[in-house]
Design a protein. Structure first.
Length: 386
């Protein structure tokens, strides 16, 4: 009998529950659609049958009383939302899996409140099925041994360099992910947390994350004027989390458009910014200049870098900005899918509609842009003077 890969709804990234609580309070009846994209030149069509089994297994899961108690202990989840989670389950009929042009095609339709928790486990399952099929002899032990060689680069690094695990969605496997986080927790003083709630609970380490692109994308259809959508998204976030979770993602449109909206009030209220596309040095310099132009000391703010990082890249970025602004680094695939002779898989699930109308991500890197409606993309560019 097949054993499902994922056994807990807590095996997801913290920003998903952070956003879900805000949706629960502000947008419970908003409908969305999301689609799967494989950016790698690799067919995943053979995974369809097993993936459908895993989808139905995910729909059987519930948050346990112990997991709800853990979430309550974090301090930013409210009682009404936790009560909602106590009855929550994923709905398998929201997910449609087909084969299109010899590639796995996945679409998720439903209320945003429900749909939001599908992305992370689906991507993790797809990656694990693919990796087990392509690399059946790779092991967690190999992953840890390779990690140990990488950690040697941290021996003489200053104590203010720290990084977190952002690797749930594209991990080689759950076993590899668990082994990597356990090793880092026990052996690396520069390791400061994980985006994965299950592992944060297990190892009693910080659960890290705020919001994702979908928060900003959906607001494109939740505002009266498209040009106001980013500010609405930011203000709504502060309404939900006035004193917590204050790192803002900057590249749903692009950094310049974001900074145009990131006025003095928002710049003061948010603790910092997260980079996820484009040149990290150029982006960081823009952030520092922005804070300085508003009379804000950059050393009071934090920049989080999370775009395709390796430890080596993170160290180089840290060295560039040290003493000028606080930095932290979210490392994903290069932590949890870094094994000898294993090629990583670049897959995403992104919102494509909100309330039946198109939404888009432009970003600071053309290859990360997502939108199938050219006329809407033109309208978005016009609204933000791109």
């Amino acid at each position: 009998m097949l054993k499902p890969i994922i056994s807990s709804l807590l095996d997801t990234d913290a920003y998903k529950l952070n956003m879900q609580q805000a949706i629960f309070h502000h947008y419970p009846n908003v409908a969305v659609s999301a689609e799967f994209h494989c950016r790698s030149n690799e067919s995943l069509a053979a995974l369809k049958e097993r993936l459908e089994f895993e989808i139905h297994a995910l729909a059987e899961l519930k948050f346990t009383a112990e997991e709800i108690a853990y979430l309550s202990s974090l301090g930013h989840y409210q009682g009404d939302y936790l009560d909602f989670l106590g009855t929550f389950s994923l709905k398998a009929d929201q997910v449609t899996v087909t084969i299109l042009d010899d590639q796995l095609a996945i679409r998720i339709d439903g209320f945003w409140l429900d749909v939001i928790l599908w992305e992370v486990p689906l991507l993790a399952v797809i990656c694990e099925l693919r990796c087990h099929a392509n690399y059946p002899h790779s092991t967690s032990e190999q992953a840890v041994e390779l990690l140990k060689t990488k950690l040697g680069a941290l021996e003489n690094v200053s104590e203010d360099f720290h990084f977190v695990d952002f690797g749930t969605r594209r991990r080689f496997s759950k076993a590899v992910h668990h082994a990597i986080v356990e090793h880092l927790t026990l052996n690396c003083s520069h390791f400061s947390g994980t985006s994965n709630l299950f592992l944060a609970k297990k190892h009693d380490i910080p659960a890290v994350g705020t919001q994702a692109h979908e928060w900003f994308q959906a607001h494109q259809q939740l505002t009266g004027d498209l040009a106001d959508s980013q500010q609405l998204a930011l203000h709504r976030w502060l309404q939900e989390y006035p004193d917590r979770l204050g790192i803002a993602l900057t590249d749903c449109i692009n950094m310049d458009a974001f900074l145009n909206d990131f006025n003095l009030h928002l710049s003061q209220k948010f603790a910092g910014l997260r980079h996820d596309s484009g040149d990290p040095i150029e982006w960081g310099e823009k952030a520092i200049h922005h804070y300085e132009s508003l009379g804000i000391n950059p050393l009071e703010k934090t920049l989080i870098f999370s775009d395709g990082l390796t430890l080596e890249k993170a160290l180089a970025i840290h060295a560039h900005f040290t003493g000028r602004i606080n930095t932290s680094f979210g490392i994903g695939t290069q932590l949890t899918c870094h094994l000898p002779n294993v090629e990583t898989l670049n897959i995403v699930i992104k919102l494509v509609t909100c309330n039946g109308k198109p939404v888009a991500k432009i970003s600071d890197e053309p290859g990360k842009s997502i939108c199938r409606d050219d006329s809407y993309l033109d309208a978005l560019r016009k609204a933000f003077n791109i």
